[in-house]
Design a protein around this ligand. Structure first.
Ligand code: FES
Length: 648
C-alpha cells in the first residue's frame, strides 16, 4: 500500500514502480520539470518510516529502493536534504507513507499576508518542461517543430502545440546546442493548442515571471510574480500618463470624442508606461524582461478600452455599451508591449458592465462575496467607487461617481498620501483644538518634539484619510452642523474658525513660522467631501433597495485608500451604512490581489468569468432613486437613515 500525505491518496502498485509514476496515477500533486530524468529535483518527497496506526501500515526501512546511480549523482553534485528522495528515481518495494512537501507541489497554496485573506491556489497556465526530441534523419522528413510536438505528446501528454515565429527562429539552434534536449515554457489554456512561449537548450534552471497589473485612471500598479510559486518579487507603481489628457474618466472620453486620434494617443501613452514599469521591475529583480511570459490586467471599462486600443466613446453615453465585456486572451505583441517577451500571454479580466469594470470583477474574485452567508457591502474607493453587495443568494454591483475628493484632489490643502501629509486627526470637543499625525512621523502634533521631528518634510497638506477624519471630527466636536456648515468663531467658541467671505474655515495648522503653509478646511472642502460621500452612500443604498434590506451585516473597504480609512470616521461622515464598527474591515488592494490570483491560476480565471456572469449590474446614472438617496445622504451622517452603532 502506498499512501501519500498530505493528500491522503492511496493505492497499490507493482514492486519497482517509481514514486512519481504512482503519484501521477493517483492524481497526487507532485511536480516535475525534467519528466523523471533526475535533473530538475522538483519531484522531491520525504518517505516516512515506522508504525502508522492511523493508516494501518508499518513502513520498513527497505520500503523504497536504495539510491540508484542517477540519484546518487544528483546528491553528489547538488545535494539532497536529509530524508529527501527524488520521486522519479526512488522505487516502491513495500508499504510506504510518502510526504509531498509544499515546494514539490505544483498546486501549492500561497497564503496572502493580510489577515483572514483567501489563499491563492497555484494553477499556473505556463510551466517549464524538459523535452527530449528525436534527432532528424534522412528517413524522417518531419521538421524540428513537429518532432518537438510529438515529444511533448509522448512525454507530457500535450495533445497539440504551436510556436510563434520568434520561437521557431531559435528552435533549431536550441535543439542542437542542447543535444536534442530543450526546456520549453509551455502555456496551456483550457482549449486549443498549447503554445511554446520560449525555449532554452538543455535543462533551464531559470525562473519564469508574470505581471499582475492594476491599471487605474490615476496610478498603474504592477506586481512582478514568480510563476512557479506565486511569490511577488517586486512591486512598483507609476502615474497613468493619460492624466495629461484628462483627470478623470469622463474627461478622457471627452478628449477622445473631441480630438480625432485622441484615443490612439492615450493608448500609446498607457502602453509605453506599462513597458516602462515592466522594464524597471525586471531591472530591480535582476532578470531580463523577456522572462516575463504572462500579464494579467484589471481595469475600469474606459482604461480597458484604451489599453486594448478601442475608442471609449460609447462608454461616455447611455447605454454605456462595451465593445466586449468578456475576458480577453491576447499576446503581448497585440498590445505592442515591446519590453516583455513578445509571445507573452495577456489575460484581461471580464468587465461586469459599461460602468463596472474588470477591477470590480477582480475585487469580487479576491473577496468572493457570493460565498458569504452574511450580506457584505464591498466598496473599492477611488475616483469612481465600485460597489458590490451580496451573499450566497445573489451579488449586485454598481459604480458611483465619487470624484477625486477622497484622494485629496479638489480639496484646498489636499494632496496625495506622501510624507508630510496629515493622515490622522483628533479634535477636542471642549477646546476645539486639533492634534494630528502626518505620514512619516510617529508623533502627534501636540508633542513638543513634533516640529523638530517633521523638519525635513514639514506639514504639507491633507491626504484622503486625513480629510475624512478631520471632517468627521469637526462634526463630532460641533464645529460643523448636520447640513455641513462650518460655524463662526462666535458660534463655535474658537478663533480657529475663521471668516472667509460669507463662509467660515477651520484652521488645522499654521506652519508659517517654519516657512510652511497654513492648512485649513474650507467650506468648499466640506462640500466636495459631502458630494463624494453622498455618491458613495447613495450607490450602496441603491443596491440595498434592490435586495430589499435597510441594513447590511458587514462592510469591506477595498483599495489602497480603503486600507487607510478609519471605520469610525467613515461612519460618522455617513460614507458607509451603519454596522457595528468591528464588522468593518479593510481588504487592502483587493483589485490587485484579484489580478495576482488570476495570474497564478487558470482555474481562478474560469472562476471570475462564471462569477461575473452571475453578478447583477445596477445602473446608478438612470435610476431616479439614486438622486433621492444622494440628496438625503448630503447631511452628516444622513438626513433620515439612523446610525445606532455611532451612539455606542
Ligand atoms: Fe526531475 Fe525527478 S522529475 S528530478
Amino acid at each position: 500500500m502506498v499512501i501519500f500525505t498530505p493528500s491522503g491518496k492511496r493505492g497499490r502498485f507493482p514492486v519497482g514502480t517509481p514514486v512519481l509514476t504512482a503519484a501521477r496515477q493517483l492524481g497526487v500533486d507532485l511536480d516535475s520539470v525534467c519528466g523523471g530524468r533526475g535533473i530538475c529535483s522538483k519531484c522531491q518527497v520525504t518517505p516516512q518510516f515506522g508504525e502508522f496506526p492511523k493508516h494501518g501500515v508499518t513502513v520498513a526501512a527497505e520500503a523504497l529502493s536504495e539510491w540508484n546511480a542517477v540519484e546518487a549523482r544528483y546528491d553528489r553534485i547538488r545535494g539532497l536534504k536529509e530524508g529527501r528522495r527524488l520521486g522519479c528515481q526512488a522505487r516502491i518495494e513495500g508499504d510506504v507513507v510518502i510526504d509531498v512537501p509544499p515546494e514539490s507541489q505544483v498546486h501549492r497554496q500561497v497564503v496572502r499576508k493580510e489577515a483572514d485573506a483567501r489563499e491563492i491556489v497555484m494553477d499556473p497556465a505556463t510551466r517549464l518542461l524538459l523535452v527530449e526530441v528525436q534527432q532528424p534523419d534522412m528517413h524522417e522528413p518531419r521538421g524540428d517543430l513537429e518532432r518537438l510536438a510529438e515529444a511533448l505528446k509522448v512525454q507530457w501528454g500535450v495533445e497539440s502545440v504551436t510556436a510563434p515565429l520568434s520561437v521557431l527562429a531559435r528552435l533549431q539552434t536550441a535543439l542542437r546546442k542542447g543535444e536534442w534536449q530543450v526546456t520549453v515554457a509551455l502555456w496551456k489554456g483550457d482549449e486549443g493548442p498549447a503554445k511554446v512561449l520560449d525555449l532554452w537548450p538543455g535543462f533551464h534552471e531559470g525562473r519564469i515571471y508574470g505581471l499582475a497589473i492594476d491599471l487605474g485612471s490615476t496610478t498603474i500598479a504592477a506586481h512582478l510574480t514568480d510563476l512557479r510559486n506565486g511569490t511577488v518579487k517586486a512591486s512598483a507603481g507609476a502615474m497613468n500618463p493619460q492624466i495629461r489628457f484628462g483627470e478623470d474618466l469622463m474627461s478622457r472620453v471627452s478628449y477622445a470624442m473631441m480630438n480625432p486620434g485622441g484615443d490612439r494617443e492615450m493608448t500609446k501613452a498607457v502602453r509605453a508606461a506599462i513597458d516602462g514599469l515592466a522594464k524597471s521591475l525586471a531591472e530591480q529583480v535582476g532578470i531580463g524582461a523577456r522572462d516575463i511570459l504572462e500579464v494579467v490586467f484589471v481595469c475600469n471599462p474606459v482604461m480597458h478600452h484604451l489599453l486594448l486600443g478601442i475608442d471609449p466613446v460609447e462608454l461616455g453615453q447611455a447605454p454605456f455599451a462595451l465593445a466586449t465585456s468578456g475576458a480577453m486572451g491576447l499576446e503581448a505583441r497585440d498590445l505592442s508591449l515591446s519590453e516583455i517577451n513578445d509571445a507573452a500571454q495577456v489575460y484581461v479580466l471580464p468587465c461586469i458592465a459599461g460602468h463596472v469594470g474588470a477591477d470590480a470583477a477582480a475585487v469580487a474574485l479576491s473577496e468572493r462575496p457570493d460565498q458569504s452567508h452574511d450580506l457584505v457591502l464591498t466598496v473599492d474607493v477611488g475616483t469612481n467607487a465600485e460597489i458590490l453587495l451580496g451573499n450566497t443568494s445573489r451579488v449586485l454591483a454598481c459604480s458611483s461617481p465619487t470624484g477625486p475628493a477622497f484622494e485629496g484632489a479638489q480639496i484646498s490643502s489636499g494632496q496625495r498620501a506622501a510624507p508630510g501629509a496629515i493622515e490622522r486627526v483628533e479634535i477636542d470637543p471642549a477646546t476645539k483644538e486639533p492634534r494630528f499625525k502626518v505620514i512619516g512621523c510617529d508623533l502627534w502634533s501636540d508633542d513638543p518634539a513634533f516640529v523638530e521631528a517633521v523638519k525635513g518634510t514639514g506639514v504639507t497638506g491633507i491626504c484622503g484619510s486625513g480629510i475624512i477624519e478631520v471632517v468627521a471630527e469637526m462634526r463630532l466636536s460641533g464645529l460643523l452642523d448636520a447640513g455641513g456648515l462650518i460655524g463662526s468663531a462666535e458660534q463655535t467658541g474658537t478663533a480657529r474658525a475663521e471668516a472667509q467671505g460669507r463662509t467660515n474655515s477651520y484652521l488645522l495648522w499654521d506652519g508659517t513660522a517654519q516657512g510652511g503653509p497654513r492648512i485649513s478646511v474650507t467650506q468648499g472642502d466640506i462640500r466636495a467631501i459631502q458630494l463624494a460621500k453622498s455618491a458613495l452612500y447613495a450607490g450602496a443604498r441603491l443596491l440595498m433597495d434592490e435586495i430589499g434590506v435597510d441594513k447590511v451585516d458587514r462592510v469591506t473597504l477595498a483599495g489602497a485608500f480603503g486600507a487607510h480609512i478609519s471605520p469610525k470616521h467613515a461612519m460618522v461622515l455617513g460614507m458607509i451604512p451603519d454596522v457595528p464598527l468591528d464588522h468593518v474591515r479593510s481588504a487592502g488592494n483587493a483589485a490587485g490581489t484579484g489580478a495576482r490570483i488570476a495570474l497564478c491560476s487558470v482555474a481562478a480565471r474560469r472562476e471570475v468569468e462564471g462569477l461575473v456572469s452571475r453578478i447583477t449590474k445596477v445602473e446608478t446614472a438612470i435610476e431616479p432613486r439614486f438622486q433621492e438617496h444622494f440628496v438625503a445622504a448630503n447631511a452628516i451622517p444622513h438626513a433620515t437613515d439612523p446610525f445606532p452603532n455611532l451612539l455606542g
